[in-house]
Design a protein around this ligand. Structure first.
Ligand code: UDP
Length: 316
């Protein structure tokens, strides 16, 4: 089989490259525009079986490339996913969310290529229901600063299900809840990468707002295993699947945990709250459990310890 991984130099994409490289004999084509991904994440794996092309999925050349490369499966991870980045680059975020997926959908129209698309818990916005299940329609500020990502990903889902209804193509969609682990970038700006690197370097641990907002953290290997299972389910469920770990933590709890486990002298400081920041996020994963016979296996403590080792090595 020949697998295309778009956004394959990013955090999730490079972890999928690693899994497919280690566990199959498939050929892999990695495409990335290197806006937030790093070629170094896949460099050790580049060989006859793993090729890399610097290309943006918004560029319609990707449509012919997919035909020329004779691809069987596509995993789409191409999109900036960190608020720090997408708040600075909203238009680019829109483009990769919407124009990028449209190119991939046009490429697979009339073929048997299967496409996985990574959507996000951000489609639920500042959810009014806890935990969030897939039937919830969300609570998103459509003109706010996060809309480039939230509405971009919602538009992508709308487009995907229109293409499925109109062209009967095989696209599978997961809504990913906060994932963390190796291959996150130090500069990424998200909570785990910030708090761990701040605690390791003795800088202030920067809690936004009062720290009572929550997230539920899933270790990357669990997320990647679920995505792989979803892609290989015999029958397309034709509905999005939440993938995450329901262990819910407040931001303050994460700060205290990181400071404690690293015995860090860093101070926990409280700064300005992010605009439109979702206050409570926890996935209902019943659909994933039933469809995929999957549930997260790696505890918060075990996952955080592996992540701390990764960042400590990286900072050296
Ligand atoms: N956050 C924080 N300090 C940081 C980075 C993030 O308090 O240095 C908070 C952020 O405001 C949000 C939560 O942590 O409430 C998760 O943020 P992240 O950027 O990791 O991901 P999100 O789930 O918002 O996309």
């Amino acid at each position: 089989m020949k697998i295309l991984i778009t956004g394959g130099c990013g955090f999730l994409g490079s972890n999928m490259v690693k899994k497919i490289f280690n566990e199959t004999s498939d050929k892999i084509v990695v495409v990335d525009n290197l806006s937030t991904g790093f070629k170094s994440n896949i460099e050790p794996l580049l060989c006859e079986r793993v090729e890399f092309y610097e290309l943006d999925i918004c560029n319609s050349d990707i449509i012919n490339c997919i035909k020329d490369w004779e691809i069987d499966y596509i995993y789409n991870f191409a999109c900036p996913a960190s608020p720090k980045y997408y708040l600075k680059h909203p238009i680019e975020t829109w483009e990769s969310s919407v124009f990028g997926i449209k190119n991939l959908l046009d490429a697979i129209k009339g073929t048997n290529i299967k496409l996985f698309h990574s959507s996000t818990s951000e489609v639920y916005g500042d959810a009014q229901t806890i935990p969030q299940n897939e039937e919830y329609w969300g609570n998103v500020n459509p003109i706010g600063v996060r809309a480039c990502y939230d509405e971009g990903k919602r538009a992508a889902e709308a487009l995907i299900y229109d293409y499925i209804r109109e062209y009967n193509i095989d696209v599978r969609v997961a809504r990913l809840f906060n994932t963390y682990g190796p291959n996150m970038s130090i500069e990424d700006g998200r909570i785990i990468s910030n708090f761990v690197t701040q605690a390791l370097t003795g800088k202030n641990i920067t809690v936004h707002g009062n720290g009572m907002q929550t997230r539920s953290f899933c270790y990357v290997d669990d997320t990647i295993n679920a995505i792989y299972k979803l892609m290989h389910l015999e029958k397309n469920p034709k509905k999005p699947v939440n993938i995450g770990n329901p262990q819910e933590k407040t931001v303050k709890e994460v700060a205290l945990y990181v400071k404690d486990v690293l015995k860090s002298n860093s101070e926990i400081v409280y700064c300005e709250k992010m605009s439109d920041d979702p206050q409570k996020r926890r996935p209902n994963i019943e659909r994933a459990k039933q469809l995929l016979d999957w549930e997260p296996m790696i505890s918060y403590d075990a996952g955080m310890k592996k992540t701390i080792i990764y960042f400590s090595d990286k900072l050296k």
